[in-house]
Write a protein that binds this ligand. Structure first.
Ligand code: NAD
Length: 340
């Protein structure tokens, strides 16, 4: 089979990472890029010698491709998904799948009866410690999971300087979607009810009208109780951009993961003390390596070999519905049942 031809929608920070993998993987060929910013689309197109567009409908009508990567802001995934699905392209979309029930309906309607695959880039499914926990849980090593605690926070640089569209998303969509996916995957049951409390004021005072954090309890159908913390206001002096911890307690044992900054590598320079990333997105011999790239590579390989993608549409729909319910709970200040 010829290489898998992939077109990209969204040439921002993470779109560049997608482009690098599409163009370097031996099974894929990067064929075109679209961004509403012509400068960004053109710059990336010139780097990789591909065609560029500012309208994805035009790109999809004019460029021959097998799959489409969607790396637009969190709230802007649904319309490009619909456009790609209407043209029967396989889809790799950044997380979350959607940020509203309306967008979920659009996506589910267009996918009905289509012989295409869609995967949301929940890259923690390729995170080595998370995968080890999952294997051990499935092998029964800690018995039934009783409780879980997951903390996935960002330094305040992310909503205030890195993302121009933070106000149209939230820490729940940006990182909480990963948290819910990790919990659901490891616990292996359905979230029945959530109770969330949010705090706001710090980001608002900087002109970004979103909650600073959410503290959430999730009750699972098998009795497991999980606690989830997602904050967007950690100080920029935190040694790493994320603060990521996971505890899983079972009847017969426990796992504790600290992915925030470990002691694998401490770096002390004249003006900086830090724990550089050596697992998520490091470069080894100049090449992008690590779990954040592995998910993109795995999508390419599975589509090329006509295998099922590793994360199902149903799982990603559930993540969006759970987060919408968490937001509803925080607003109402009461527990809310998740409707699937
Ligand atoms: N998997 C990961 O490790 C990871 C890391 C960072 C971001 N992300 C996700 O990737 C997505 C993009 O994040 P980012 O940091 O690259 O954002 P960004 O703002 O840097 O880039 C988004 C790009 O999309 C473009 N865009 C917006 N609407 C468009 C449209 N209708 N058509 C074409 N282009 C459009 C913007 O002009 C911008 O260039 C988000 O969903 C984010 O959550 C994933």
């Amino acid at each position: 089979m010829d290489k898998l031809k992939i077109a990209l929608i969204g040439a921002g920070t993470w779109g560049r990472a997608h482009a690098e993998i599409y163009s370097s993987h031996h099974l894929s060929k990067f064929v075109a890029v679209c961004d509403v910013s012509e400068d960004r689309a053109k710059a990336l197109a010139q780097e990789y010698n591909v065609k560029y567009f500012t309208d994805y409908e035009k790109m999809l009508d004019n460029v021959e491709c097998d799959a489409v990567g969607i790396v637009t802001p969190d709230f802007a995934h649904a319309k490009p998904i619909v456009a790609a699905a209407e043209r029967n392209k396989h889809i790799l979309t950044e997380k979350p799948l959607a940020t509203s029930y309306e967008d979920l309906d659009l996506i589910l309607n267009v996918l009905k009866g289509k012989d295409i695959q869609i995967m949301v880039d929940f890259h923690n499914r390729w995170n080595p410690p998370v995968c080890k926990i999952k294997d051990d849980v499935d092998a029964g090593k800690i018995g039934k999971i009783v409780s879980a605690y997951i903390r996935l926070n960002d330094i305040i640089y992310v909503p205030t300087k890195m993302l121009s569209w933070a106000e149209k998303s939230s820490i729940l969509w940006f990182l909480g979607s990963h948290s819910v996916d990790v919990l659901n995957w490891i616990i292996g049951a359905k979230v029945e009810r959530v109770y969330s409390v949010s705090y706001e004021g710090i980001l608002k005072s900087r002109g970004i009208n979103v909650p600073d954090l959410y503290q959430t309890i999730l009750e699972y159908s098998n009795g497991t109780v999980a606690t989830m913390e997602n904050s967007w206001i950690l100080p920029d002096t935190n040694p790493y951009v994320n603060d990521y911890k996971l505890n899983i307690t079972g009847e017969k044992g426990m796992f504790n993961m600290d992915f925030s900054h470990n002691t694998l590598l401490e770096r002390f320079l004249e003006d900086e003390a830090s724990h550089p990333d050596v697992i998520c997105k490091p470069r080894i011999h100049g090449k992008p390596t690590g779990l954040a790239y592995e998910s993109i590579r795995n999508f390419i390989e599975r589509i090329y070999h006509q295998e099922k993608v590793l994360i199902s549409l149903e799982e990603s729909v559930a993540v969006t519905k759970i987060i919408l319910t968490i937001m509803e709970s925080a607003k109402k200040k009461e527990p809310v049942r998740v409707v699937y």
